[in-house]
Write a protein that binds this ligand. Structure first.
Ligand SMILES: Nc1ncnc2c1ncn2[C@@H]1O[C@H](COP(=O)(O)OP(=O)(O)O)[C@@H](O)[C@H]1O
Ligand SMILES: [Mg+2]
Length: 288
């Protein structure tokens, strides 16, 4: 068994040559007093560095439960989960927070941005844990916002941004601590089809640079942009296939009509899209 220092070294340095994610015979039960929900029923999955995996499956099939486990927001009831070789079950609360912060970036359907905070400040927030001075933290936040095409929107508040722009802020926030893995649960669930492809373009570009991505989606069109599709049913993996001839989002975008991001109608959609945010933010904070 690894000593505590080895575990901590792993968290900091990663473990070259190992899969980023190794899941072995994982089960998850939710205990609801009289009844138990068996949400994951013997899941095995290995994800290597640089993979781009789309997880699909109907509602209730266990996708979010699985993602929460990958994101160290929840632990399996039985079975093993190794994150870059580190057995997550061995970690205490502080180490879990550290591993989440260093290795994982999260993107959710509801963006989860703080509404009275600018794009730049939203993205800067996770860097508070990093040992960097204010100027370095701001420079990093600016850099990732530029990377997602929002260099000219740094001082905008979420309500002044379209849904797609808000999701790009959320992606920048997920990237600011330079994670090894990006985890995204239905990131295009609140977006129109062109904007969804724009988000997939960002993901493909990030993946091209070596970032490992795991994305949950129920849309087959979106899943096609990944390199590998894993399908869940009733808490088990039923299919696991490589995508043949995956489309390049950048090429597909050339064939889709432009949408005016300042469109009044879009602004209305944004207001609706912001609604589910509070609950997920609360869950996230609690988990931290
Ligand atoms: N916190 C929870 N407490 C109890 N049951 C839950 C909880 N979260 C999910 N479940 C149940 O676990 C199963 C899988 O849910 P989930 O992972 O959210 O599926 P999906 O994301 O694929 O829709 C469902 O039957 C769901 O009702
Ligand atoms: Mg879900």
């Amino acid at each position: 068994m690894a000593t505590l220092t080895q575990v901590e070294m792993n968290i900091v340095n990663g473990n070259a040559g190992l899969p980023v994610i190794q899941v072995e015979d994982v089960h998850k039960y939710y205990d609801l007093g009289e009844t138990k929900v068996h949400a994951l029923r013997g899941v095995n999955l290995t994800i290597e560095p640089g993979e781009f995996v789309a997880i699909m499956g109907s509602s209730g099939s266990g996708k979010s439960t699985f993602m929460n486990m990958l994101g160290c927001l929840d632990k399996p009831s039985s079975g093993k989960y190794l994150l870059e070789g580190t057995n997550v079950a061995q970690l205490d609360k502080k180490q879990l927070a550290e591993i989440r912060n260093r290795k994982l970036g999260f993107v959710f359907q509801g963006f989860n941005l703080l509404s009275r905070t600018t794009a730049l400040e939203n993205v800067e927030l996770p860097t508070l844990y990093a040992r960097l001075d204010k100027a370095a933290r701001q420079a990093r936040a600016r850099e990732v916002l530029e990377m997602v095409g929002l260099g000219d929107r740094l001082d905008h508040f979420p309500s002044q941004l379209s849904g797609g722009q808000q999701q790009r802020v959320a992606i920048a926030r997920a990237l600011v601590n330079r994670p090894a893995i990006l985890l995204a649960d239905e990131p295009t669930g609140n977006l129109d089809s062109r904007t969804s492809v724009e988000i997939m373009q960002i993901f493909q570009t990030l993946n091209d640079t070596g970032l490992t991505i795991v994305l949950v989606t129920h849309e087959p069109d979106i899943a096609q942009y990944a390199k590998r599709i894993v399908v869940f049913r009733d808490g088990k993996i039923r299919r696991d296939e490589l995508v043949k001839q995956r489309p390049r989002a950048a090429e597909v975008l050339k064939t889709l009509p432009q949408v005016d991001e300042n469109d009044a109608e879009l602004a209305e959609i944004n207001d609706v899209a912001v609604l589910p945010v509070t609950i997920e933010t609360a869950t996230l904070n609690e988990a931290r």
